[in-house]
Each structure stands twice: as structure tokens, then as C-alpha cells.
Design a protein around this ligand. Structure first.
Ligand code: BES
Ligand code: MN
Ligand code: ZN
Length: 481
């Protein structure tokens, strides 16, 4: 999809030739002297249109406008959330099958957050998955023109939003692909594709190299599957080599059956989404390739299947992680932390400014925070605050959770340095406490996206979260120095 920002007033936006014109009407709408704004004012006055977000009024070929369909959409006071609601209603009111070119116009000066929300919402509302359909019917909307009188003021936000959409959509694409179309090998190839962009390089390690590194925890998860594991090292070099990179680690379990501690059958298909953390890293690199900020970023993706062949790891097995710590695997379904802990140890070699891991780690996090906020855990207040703020700014929100040492008590065992599970209580936190043991050498944060990375039910599909949060965080870092 192609986005364009034009410095057009409401009146001139009405002359744009397009299939659909969406007019975002604020609660304090003031009519200018043109016909269309007169029309809007009348509709508001008569009550046919309300300025509340979600309320729309649809018109067909009104003579004053050059568009086939016009949707007047209330957007309240025009904050990001309201703009999103407004656009979802407006897009829902369109005959999308015959709508190729859409113009969105702010009937007032546009706020930066509103422009960003507008771009992201239009993309979200029109995304269609097609990869495994025999007769693909992709998205019909091809071109979106956003009109704002103050275009120059909001162009940085606009460009960032367009780059975010590219990253979000790549993340959605890979997270949505079924596990037989998104094996560790294929996922690594997707990462390698990104290295075609200047400033990005990609190295992919296989089982032999990973064994040589001593990643015993990662290997233990992978050993139950016939698909060979991959360890992906992506590098984006936008600044001098001397500048410490931010390292992002994405959980890449392409299918999580639970292993010998097998999961129940209902909804097990959704465990194809268990590589959403990895997909978000891939998506983020796509955004970086467009935005080209002056920073260094490393993306690490440990990827394998958690399956059950004759050599699968068994409850009670003890393995030695790359850090040297031994781990008793009491539950083979707590595999995410096992692949992540070795990747976190590997991250040390980059002498990172910060390490952020992103993982669909625990069902307990879904219970705690639902589908609204991702779980944020961090040993560093500055990093935690910056990630929280990036979440708020990008509408890709998270919530900080505690890491008190007492939560680690349940991970004690008689047979190794640490067990991979504690009891049921506080499961998202005990998982984070496990990871924390491998992060002593750098500022660290962990995002548990189990509840936010995909939707179930009839709307089943990946959300592309937390790409928007990560783009916002890294762009803020790049302009800070
Ligand atoms: N991938 C799952 C976490 C998950 C579960 C994400 C449901 C989204 C929805 C993870 O590997 C897992 O199985 N975690 C276990 C941990 C438990 C065994 C301590 C869980 O959450 O049940
Ligand atoms: Mn699991
Ligand atoms: Zn998992």
C-alpha cells in the first residue's frame, strides 16, 4: 500500500479524485466558507452526524466532491485512540472491494499523534493475509492520501508511521504463516532477505555452530524436532562502530506443541504464533531499513520447533546453558525461556547499551494483562520508563511488572542451578526471573507479548505488536544523542 501526505485544506481535498474520501470531523468543527464544510456543519447541527468517534455518515457522489463515496467520521477531540476508532468505523462503512484510492482529510489542523494513528489504522483495517489461499484476494486499497493543511509540521510523524506500517505488516505476515510455511529455515531466510538493504547484514547459524557455542538449553528444545534449528544474527549499522548497540532478542518457536509436557488440543493451532517475538524483530529491521536512523541495532533470533520425536527432551532432564548454569527442565512447555537464555548470553559479546527480549512467553501474562498491554519487565528504571513511554506514544502499550527477588524462590531445585518453572502463581514474573539470571552484564528489559501478539476467535491473526513500540523507542534513542 502506498501512502502520501499532501498539504491540502479540507476544501481542496474535496477536489481530489478518488474512490473514497474520509473526512475526520472534530468535536469543535468550524465551517469555512466552502460548500462541503457547510454540509458538514449542517449535518452536525441537524444531528445526522455526531462528532463522537465511531459515528459516521456516508454519502454517494455528492456534487460538491470529486470522490465516489464520502464518509464523514466523527473523531472527538482527535487523540490517537479516537482517530483509530473513527477510521475503523469509516473503513467499515466503505465498499472496500471497489475502493482502490482513499483520501483521508482532517477537517482541522492535524496533530502528530492523529496523523500517525491515521496511517496505522488504515493499514490495520485493510490488511489481508493471502499466503496460503488458493485464490488470493488481497487488499483492494492501494493508495492512501492523507491531507492536512499543516502537512509540513507532521511529515516526520507521517514518515515514521509509514515505515512502522511496513514493519508491522512484515511481522504480521510471518507470524500468520502456518508452521509448515514458516519453519526455522524459512524464518531465517526471511531475515536474510533484509540484508539486501544497505546497512543491514545477516548471519545464520545452524545446529553445529550452536552446539559449538555451548547453547545447551536452546539445543534441548530443538532436539525433539526433525526441523533443524537456526540462530539468526541481524545487524543494522547506522552509526559509528564505537556506538554501543541495542540488542533485540525475539523468541522464534515456530510451533509450540509443549513437547512431552504436551498442550491440550483446543487452540493448539495458535501456537504457530509462538514466533511472534522473532517476527517483530524482523519487522523492526524492515522499518529500520526505511528510516535509517543513526544508531546500531542487533537482532538475535533463536528459532526452532518445540515438538516430540524419540529424542525429545524429557521432564527432569538437566542441561547446561551457554552461561554455564545448569537447568533442570521440569516442564518442556516452558521452552521459550530456554531458547532465550542462551541468546541473552550470546548478546554479551556486543557490549550492548541495552538488551530487550520480546517473547510470547507465558499464558500467565495473558491472565494478568489480557490483550491490551504487553508485560514489561526490567532491571533498569531508565530503560523501563523509555519503553513504557514509547508504548504510550505509539498506542502499542505495555505495563511494568515487578521483579522482586522473592519471586525467584520457586525456581530452586535439588538437581541443578535453577529449574525452568516455578508454581502456577505469578507465572509471568517467575519466567522473567528465570531470564534475569542471564542478564547481569547489561541493562535488560523483557516484553511478554503472549496476550498482545495475536487475536483469537473469528478475528484470528497476528497484530504486528510490538513493532510500533520498538520503532518509537529506537527513534527516540537516535534523536536523543
Ligand atoms: N508459548 C507459550 C506461552 C503462551 C501460552 C502464549 C498461551 C500465548 C498463549 C509458552 O511456551 C508456554 O507454554 N508457557 C507455559 C509455561 C508454563 C509451563 C510454566 C504456560 O504459559 O502455560
Ligand atoms: Mn510452551
Ligand atoms: Zn512457547
Amino acid at each position: 500500500m502506498n501512502f502520501e501526505l499532501k498539504p491540502l485544506s479540507f476544501a481542496s481535498a474535496c477536489n481530489e479524485k478518488c474512490d473514497a474520501l474520509i473526512v475526520l470531523v472534530p468535536q469543535d468543527f468550524k465551517a469555512t466558507r466552502d460548500d462541503v464544510s457547510e454540509l458538514v456543519a449542517q449535518a452536525l447541527k441537524s444531528g445526522h452526524l455526531e462528532s463522537k468517534p465511531g459515528k459516521i455518515l456516508a454519502l454517494y457522489r455528492p456534487v460538491q466532491v470529486n470522490a465516489v463515496q464520502v464518509i464523514l467520521a466523527g473523531m472527538g477531540d482527535g487523540d490517537a485512540r479516537q482517530v483509530r476508532t473513527a477510521l475503523f468505523s469509516a473503513m467499515g462503512g466503505l465498499k472496500t472491494r471497489v475502493t482502490k484510492k482513499v483520501t483521508v482529510c482532517f477537517a482541522c489542523p492535524a496533530r502528530e499523534e492523529a496523523v500517525r494513528a491515521c496511517v496505522i489504522a488504515v493499514a490495520d483495517a485493510t490488511y489481508v493475509y493471502t499466503h496460503t489461499k488458493s485464490k488470493p484476494q488481497g487488499r483492494t486499497v492501494q493508495k492512501v492520501t492523507v491531507c492536512a493543511t499543516n502537512a509540513a509540521e507532521v511529515s516526520v510523524s507521517f514518515d515514521r508511521a509509514v515505515a512502522t506500517v511496513a514493519g508491522v505488516e512484515l511481522a504480521k505476515e510471518w507470524a500468520n504463516r502456518p508452521a509448515n510455511y514458516a519453519t526455522p529455515t524459512l524464518l531465517a531466510q526471511a531475515a536474510q532477505e533484509l540484508a539486501k538493504s544497505p546497512k543491514i547484514s545477516c548471519e545464520v547459524l545452524g545446529p553445529k555452530e550452536v552446539a559449538k557455542l555451548g547453547m545447551g538449553a536452546f539445543l534441548a528444545v530443538a532436539q525433539g524436532s526433525d526441523q533443524p534449528l537456526r540462530f539468526v544474527v541481524l545487524r543494522y549499522s547506522g552509526a559509528a562502530k564505537t556506538r554501543a548497540p541495542t540488542v533485540l532478542v525475539g523468541k522464534g518457536i515456530t510451533f509450540d506443541s509443549g513437547g512431552i509436557s504436551i498442550k491440550p488440543a483446543p487452540e493448539m493451532d495458535e501456537m504457530k504464533f509462538d514466533m511472534s517475538g522473532a517476527a517483530s524483530v524482523i519487522g523492526l529491521f524492515k522499518s529500520l531499513s526505511i528510516l535509517k536512523p543513526a544508531i546500531n541495532v542487533v537482532g538475535l533470533i533463536p528459532t526452532c520447533e518445540n515438538l516430540i520425536n524419540g529424542s525429545a527432551v524429557k521432564p527432569g532432564d538437566v542441561v547446561t546453558s551457554m552461561s554455564g548454569q545448569t537447568i533442570e527442565i521440569l516442564n518442556t512447555d516452558a521452552e521459550g525461556r530456554l531458547v532465550l537464555c542462551d541468546a541473552l548470553t550470546y548478546a554479551e559479546r556486543f557490549k550492548p547499551a541495552a538488551v530487550i527480549d520480546i517473547a510470547t512467553l507465558t499464558g500467565a501474562c495473558v491472565v494478568a494483562l489480557g490483550a491490551v498491554r504487553s508485560g514489561l519487565f526490567s532491571t533498569n528504571d531508565e530503560l523501563a520508563n523509555a519503553l513504557f513511554a514509547a508504548g504510550q506514544a505509539s498506542q502499542d502499550v505495555c505495563w511494568r511488572m515487578p521483579l522482586d527477588e522473592d519471586y525467584a524462590d520457586g525456581l530452586k531445585t535439588n538437581f541443578a542451578d535453577v529449574a525452568n518453572v516455578a508454581g502456577r502463581a505469578g507465572g509471568a514474573i517467575t519466567a522473567a526471573k528465570f531470564l534475569q539470571r542471564f542478564t547481569e552484564k547489561f541493562p535488560w528489559a523483557h516484553l511478554d507479548i503472549a496476550g498482545t501478539a495475536w487475536k483469537g476467535g473469528t478475528a484470528k491473526g497476528a497484530t504486528g505488536r510490538p513493532v510500533a513500540l520498538l520503532v518509537e523507542y529506537l527513534m527516540t534513542q537516535s534523536s536523543a544523542k
